[in-house]
Design a protein around this ligand. Structure first.
Ligand code: ADP
Ligand code: MG
Length: 328
């Protein structure tokens, strides 16, 4: 009898197990490539889940985009040095968390870096290095201390005229976290929201195996360093190797040191492993600004956060708990 029960149990498990599948869709959202994967019982269900994620990401983009003149963010930027702007609780809280990360990183992360967009361009249009005076003038508009939040009014004001905020270094991570949370809330058992290498995963693949991510070698995109299982956590990589400019033999990245107004140098890519993609996104950007030594030291002091850094000499550096086989 016991044996029969076991067999019935096994059969039921098999039927349930086999009907689930991974469904994946790649699309462009927030100006970036998103790969959304969900585990579902049918294609119809899979598509429905993916559409839910897409509408969530689109909704977020409408709030945080600095390109869309109708976004709350653009409204804040338009009113820089003029008046406080009442914003949604969601944007208010995101800015509040961004300011906390600025404090934690000693200003290496700063959403008000954005006014520097006017002088450092990474679309191939820059022909010469901006002058020292131009950089000086622009960086005077950067500084998270001048982003003023009023909790009661739910308002934000950028103190200086010409100041600007942008969520380029935190928005994709935030969107991945929010889309994941919404799908979990809708009962989706497992999936991955991957925003151009900033991803958050939950559950396991339909076959019961862990989701795996490839940590790619920035110098040889065909060759992964290694495949790592991601169990209910986030993996975020900063370092768009196409996005840089070179002047006088120096490679300037698209990440700006908010304190000097100059782009960071010395690092090619940073991957962060932790539970939350928003935090990982912001921190990965900060490490570029901090440099290898300060960056590693910083990560080693954070609980539950690990990193892999590749410097411009192709040397791989890892935080305490990560051991790669023959990384160099
Ligand atoms: P990637 O584009 O490689 O995913 P990041 O997540 O690090 O890289 O985000 C880089 C973007 O963040 C830049 O393109 C810019 O929009 C913005 N940014 C640049 N410097 C800073 C900074 N110091 N603090 C906050 N955001 C920044
Ligand atoms: Mg980032």
């Amino acid at each position: 009898m016991l044996k029969n029960l076991t067999i019935v149990g096994f059969l039921l498990f098999s039927i349930v197990g086999f009907s689930q599948q991974n469904f994946k869709k790649t699309l462009k959202l927030m100006g970036s490539r998103f790969d959304i994967t969900v585990v579902a019982n049918s294609e119809t269900e899979g598509n429905q889940y993916i559409n839910t994620a897409v509408s969530e990401i689109t909704r977020i983009e409408k709030i945080i985009s600095s390109w869309d003149s109708n976004s709350e963010t653009s409204e804040i930027n338009r009113n820089a040095g003029i008046k406080p702007v009442k914003v949604s609780e969601e944007l208010f809280n995101l800015i509040e968390r961004a300011l906390a990360i600025s404090k934690l990183t000693n200003g290496a992360f700063d959403i008000s870096y954005a006014s520097m967009d006017r002088i450092w361009k990474y679309d191939g249009s820059m022909e010469q290095m901006p002058s020292e005076e131009t950089i000086k003038a622009s960086v005077s508009k950067v500084g998270y201390e001048n982003i003023i939040l009023d909790k009661e009014e739910h308002s934000v004001v950028l103190k200086l005229k010409g100041m600007k905020i942008g969520f380029g270094a935190i928005g994709k991570g935030y969107a991945a976290d929010k889309a994941k949370a919404l799908l979990i809330n809708k009962g989706v058992k497992a999936g991955i929201i991957n925003a151009s290498g900033d991803l958050n995963a939950w559950g396991t693949q339909a076959n019961g195996k862990d989701w795996m991510v490839a940590i790619t070698n920035p110098l040889n995109k065909e060759k992964a360093f290694s495949w790592l299982p991601v169990v209910n956590s986030a993996v975020v990589t900063s370092g768009n190797y196409e996005k840089f400019v070179r002047f006088n033999g120096i490679r300037y990245s698209h990440i700006i040191d908010p304190r000097t107004g100059y782009p960071s140098t010395g690092i090619i890519s940073v991957s962060i492993f932790t539970s939350n993609a928003e935090f990982a996104d912001a921190i990965s950007t900060s490490i570029f600004v901090m440099g290898v030594d300060t960056g590693l030291n910083f990560i080693n002091q954070l609980k539950g956060v690990e990193c892999i850094i590749v410097d411009e000499n192709n040397k791989v550096h890892t935080s305490k708990k990560i051991k790669l086989e023959n990384p160099n």
